[in-house]
Design a protein around this ligand. Structure first.
Ligand SMILES: Cc1cc2nc3c(=O)[nH]c(=O)nc-3n(C[C@H](O)[C@H](O)[C@H](O)COP(=O)(O)OP(=O)(O)OC[C@H]3O[C@@H](n4cnc5c(N)ncnc54)[C@H](O)[C@@H]3O)c2cc1C
Length: 455
């Protein structure tokens, strides 16, 4: 008798409670990854290429015993259950709509799943208000309650994993190619642990001060590893202290947990407005300006640098994610979902909850308490968070020749456009006012109840 460990968003062997559980009462385990046609059809090229690399790394950790099979989950699991005389199928629980529905479908087909752990330190739905057991809608009280709730210590990494050697037909490693001229972060659990070690040594203690500066490598770059579960958030939280820098880092991990919780409680907010009144707002239709935003040719240097970073690296600094999102919604008057989809296509760390709610937060339609009025000034943001212009110079070669004093407003200088940089597609000062005018039209009132969880 054997147990299957079905890997999905948990491509690691360390701190993996479901793997430990699968090993516990079985002589051998069958490590499995199922290539899901629907997900593949919807995922971005960079993300898929990264996933392919991550699967290779996982396979290596498993002594080349990973079974990779393309097909319908129910059929694949039934085939393996029969072939290997399987007792139980072990998984890490999933909470977002697609994963939860997939697992429910598998169970409905008569395959019992044993859930242990999740991609979070505290599973979505667990942290509730003590007064009435309803979910939190605001981050800060959630954070406090989340800390009070606490989490387990990391699970022990199994020393010896016994698994059958998969036949050739179960070794269908995907051949997704990384697009030309794209460089993403190194994939796999070992790369994640290496990067986290380096960050702990060199970046963590200065995290609170450096994390907003786009040209500095001052953040952990754990987002992609967390997305694929090559590292577990508990591992990141385990040795944090109480300094401001450590607490700031813990708070960022908590944003990920908060958004997962919000999406779990409001499952439609991956595509729908968390604050539904914004649906009535007057937005423009995407056209040339949207194309310029996607191409990093808005004429606003900080915005353009960021959009090009996204396309070239499949990652964007958090500060500039907010700046470009604000620009799309408040300067171009486009709906946040358009930008959310473009991010989904390009981000290697694309995460349904953090992306949709990162967009909604910046658009002012989400969980933020001080909503639509905040309009990021793309010039001032550049001056503050890319003081010397190094970030812009790195991604916008047409502006490389400009000094720190010139680079944020090339239109003010004689040779600002001498290397072919695009002219501004809109005037920020004008569009800011326009945006606030449109807000008046829907007459913002006191905060309303977001839609309640329907399933
Ligand atoms: C419009 C927009 C879209 C976003 N889309 C995504 C996305 O698809 N996937 C994604 O993982 N993050 C997303 N974020 C959040 C954040 O930008 C990234 O998690 C962060 O930039 C990743 O870099 P890092 O790992 O170096 O972060 P660090 O600063 O080192 O933070 C550590 C970890 O905390 C979490 N975290 C940090 N900030 C946030 C945040 N604002 N919201 C949620 N979690 C956070 C991440 O898991 C991150 O890896 C988005 C933010 C915005 C404003």
């Amino acid at each position: 008798m054997r147990n299957i460990i079905w890997f999905r968003r948990d491509l690691r062997i360390g701190d993996h409670p479901a793997l430990v559980e699968a090993i516990k009462n079985s002589e051998e385990i069958v490590p499995l990854f199922i290539l899901d046609k629907q997900q593949i059809a919807e995922a971005g090229e960079k993300l898929l290429a990264y996933m392919g690399q991550s699967l290779r790394a996982l396979d290596e950790s498993l002594g080349n015993k990973l079974h990779i099979i393309e097909g319908d989950q129910v059929e694949v699991l039934k085939e393996l259950i029969a072939r290997y005389d399987v007792k139980e199928v072990h998984i890490s629980a999933e909470y977002e709509r697609y994963g939860a529905q997939r697992d429910a479908r598998v169970e409905a087909a008569g395959i019992p799943l044993v859930r242990t752990g999740s991609p979070y330190a505290v599973a979505p739905g667990r942290v509730v208000k003590p007064s009435d057991a309803t979910p939190y809608r605001v981050y800060t009280p959630f954070y406090r309650a989340w800390r009070t709730h606490g989490w387990r210590a990391p699970a022990v990494t199994p020393k010896n994993i016994k698994a059958p050697t998969p036949p050739e037909e179960y070794r269908k490693f995907p051949d997704f190619k990384m697009p030309k001229d794209v460089t993403v972060i190194a994939a796999g659990e070992a790369a994640a642990l290496k990067r986290f070690k380096e960050f702990t040594k060199n970046g963590l203690d200065g995290y609170d001060e450096n994390r907003n500066f786009a040209a500095i490598d001052g953040t952990s770059k754990m987002s992609t590893y967390l997305k694929f579960g090559e590292i577990h958030p508990r591992t990141l939280l385990a040795n944090l202290g109480e300094s401001t820098a450590h607490d700031t880092f813990r708070k960022e991990i908590a944003w990920r947990e908060f958004y997962a919780d919000v999406l779990f409680n409001n499952p439609n907010t991956d595509t729908e407005y968390y604050a539904p009144r914004f649906k009535a707002m007057r937005f423009d239709k995407p056209g040339k300006q949207f194309a310029a935003w996607c191409a990093g040719k808005t004429g606003y240097p900080f915005v353009d640098a960021a959009m090009r970073q996204l396309v070239q690296e499949g990652w964007m600094h958090n500060r500039t994610r907010m700046v470009v999102a604000s620009f799309l919604v408040k300067d171009l008057h486009l709906e946040w979902q358009l930008g959310e989809r473009f991010f989904a296509e390009h981000l290697v760390d694309y995460d349904v909850a953090s992306n949709a709610h990162g967009w909604q937060w910046t658009a002012g339609t989400g969980t933020d308490a001080s909503p639509y009025y905040r309009v990021f000034n793309p010039i001032e943001q550049g001056r503050r968070f890319d003081v010397n212009g190094d970030y812009i110079r790195k991604y916008v070669p047409e502006l490389k020749h400009l000094s720190a004093a010139e680079i944020h407003e090339p239109w003010l200088f004689l040779d600002g456009y001498s290397k072919g940089y695009s002219e501004r597609i809109v005037d920020h000062a004008v569009e800011r006012i326009e945006s606030l005018e449109r807000l008046k039209e829907i007459k913002e009132e006191k905060p309303e109840q977001p839609p309640r969880r329907s399933s």
